[in-house]
Design a binder for this molecule. Structure first.
Ligand SMILES: [Zn+2]
Length: 251
């Protein structure tokens, strides 16, 4: 499911679901994932405004491992207040063990308009938002391509991944080291030329995350961190994992 797609195979001409509603329902569009050769058609529930693109023809399904085949990328833009979203703050909050205090102060200050004004908070929420806007679009204070490393945005990271970012990653080969309390991931999925080291000092948290990754070795793993160059050399980056809020499995 996608909120946007492309008119052309080269992925130069973006079309939003709301725009496609005006067009021929039998016309097909190309998946946001540049490696996917599915054919997407516009779908709207009861002609409502919540239109989206889907691979409805069985002969032209998403390729295996296409994130847009996945329900994890569903994102309801209307639920969240974009103007309150500060990407670095959101990632920093994921790195803090207990931020109930700051969450309380936020809800207090905005108590008069509590019906709306949810800001994206969890890694899954931020991830699905990133997947539903093109890389050069902005959400809140930041461009999508600067928030997430995936197959669409790899061109934004020619020198590597530094600072607060989310990675869409997977496991390849040896993925943990019990002596170092480290988990190893690679990204982006289709062309995984970057290696990511999750360093997890808390032994219980390390075991929990290792087991979770072990049970989901064939799935996509998203991780948020403050990435720095590793001393292993070019293409290797590391972050410390402080909480399980920094990592999530896509189903
Ligand atoms: Zn696809």
């Amino acid at each position: 499911m996608a909120n946007y797609a492309y008119r052309d195979k080269e992925r130069k001409h973006i079309i939003l679901a709301s725009e496609a509603l005006e067009e021929d329902r039998y016309k097909f569009f190309y998946c946001p994932n540049p490696l996917c050769n599915s054919k997407l058609f516009i779908c709207a529930v009861d002609g409502s405004r919540k239109a989206h693109f889907r691979a409805t023809k069985s002969a032209y399904k998403h390729i295996a491992n296409c994130p847009y085949a996945n329900s994890s990328v569903v994102f309801d833009d209307n639920k969240f207040n974009q103007s309150n979203f500060l990407f670095e703050n959101a990632i920093q909050n994921l790195l803090v063990k207990n931020n109930s205090k700051s969450a309380m102060s936020v809800s207090k200050s905005s108590s008069c308009d509590k019906h709306t004004n949810y800001t994206l908070r969890t890694i899954k929420q931020i991830y699905s938002m990133c997947k539903q806007f093109p890389p050069n679009y902005s959400y809140g204070n930041e461009k999508i391509g600067r928030m997430i490393l995936d197959d669409r945005t790899a061109y934004c990271y020619p020198k590597g991944v530094f600072g607060f970012k989310i990675i869409e990653s997977c496991v390849k080969g040896r993925f943990y080291d019990n002596d170092k309390n480290e988990i190893y991931l690679v990204a982006p999925i289709a062309n995984p030329n970057y290696h990511f080291i999750l360093s997890i000092p808390d032994i219980n948290l390390y075991r929990k995350i290792r087991n979770m990754v072990f049970e989901n070795k064939d799935k996509f793993i998203i991780a948020a961190g403050d990435w720095k160059a590793s001393n292993l050399g070019y293409g290797y980056f590391e972050t410390t994992i402080y909480t399980d809020k920094q990592i999530s499995i896509l189903n």
